[in-house]
Design a protein around this ligand. Sequence first.
Ligand SMILES: [Zn+2]
Length: 445
Amino acid sequence: MPDFSKRRLVQAMGVFPFATSLPARLAFASSSKVTREFDISAYRQALLPREHGQLVQLKQTLIRRYPSREQCMQMAAFFNAREGLLVIANDPTGGVADWEIRPGTKLRIHFYGDVPDVKIYRIKPTLEAAAELYREWALNQFWVRQRTRNSHRLDFVVVASNSSLNLEKQHIHHIKSINGGSIAVWFTQWRRHPFDRLYPDYTAKEPAQFAELLTHLADEGILALPYINSMLWDERLKPFQSMASQVAALSAEQEPVSYNRQLPFLRYACPQSTVWHKNIVDARNSILDATGKSCNGIYLDMLAAAAPIFCHHNQHGHKRQDAYAWQHGLRKLLEQTRGAIMVEGCAEVYLDLVDYLLMHLYTAQADQVPLWSAVYGDLVQTMGWNIPAGISESSMKALIQQAGSFGVGAQATPWMTSEPEASLAKRVYPSRPHSPEDIQLREIR
Ligand SMILES: [Zn+2]
């Protein structure tokens, strides 16, 4: 099973711990697949495309599903002291594949869709050598060739943890005064329900104040990115229960697939469901400012992070083991979504349809390496970084610098930490706008 993972969002009242963003079960056994095997017995280290990239000693079996945050590119490299081996699946369709790494023996790739002619290269045992060859391949794929988005470069993403007009206005202006650049606001707590409860009800908690705040941001040229979960619905949301059977991703036993054991009332929607598309698109389009204009951006949680599930619903228009249903359904949803889009995760197959990637989950881990930025760093802006609680001013500067070396934009914001952003900014964020040091940090990015 894929790694158990946690994510955290900042908000004024504390931290919401998440459980896994991967489905409760992945249908490995029942799916038809074709497996290709490669000898990796000569290698002790692997370079893997998990979010920003991971360089790991081969000790335990790993299984990761593409396309997702865990296996965001269709490659893996293996190193020993003298040489490296780069494997590129070479699947231009980006179909679902499980990458199974067995230390000391084999890499096995299980293809559920088209079976490509896998490319193998002997390379120097370095990240740079692997990234260079993969980039050469990736630049010719549809998710790069088709990318025409005119994404505005951001210097800071403010975390707005509620929709209270005065509080948020004050905080946003404080950030603007010390940053002076191009700003977006990520609204995490704007709904009338607590976080991770009662999706897809996207009614604002304080509708009039939220609309007025959106108007204010639009007038100031600030991008608004309200949170919408692109995949989950809550079985306890009564008005949605009549639609639930139409949108649910179903297991082989025809049961709705749960998000995880901790939040079993949250269920996956199938990205191929047109009823689900309508729900999400309507939710996004109903976020209006006080003048009736649609807000200029949106954040779609989980979209490019979660591992694909094989849905067994027989009325979604896909086959039972369709290796493309998940990807194509999400692409349709993105195509229908107006304005700027930030998504969670970095599955490469969506790159042509999004503006910003939230990539924060593994940034606190020591085995993280900047593989992503070496391949796609110039294509799309990545955002977000984990910050330890109680961080000092000097550590904060070092951390922003480290994030910059990974190609993470916007001063590593939104910051993921338990401390409310307003107090963190006052305590440790550089207070002089455009100081030589700030300029230096911008140049590093
Ligand atoms: Zn389905």
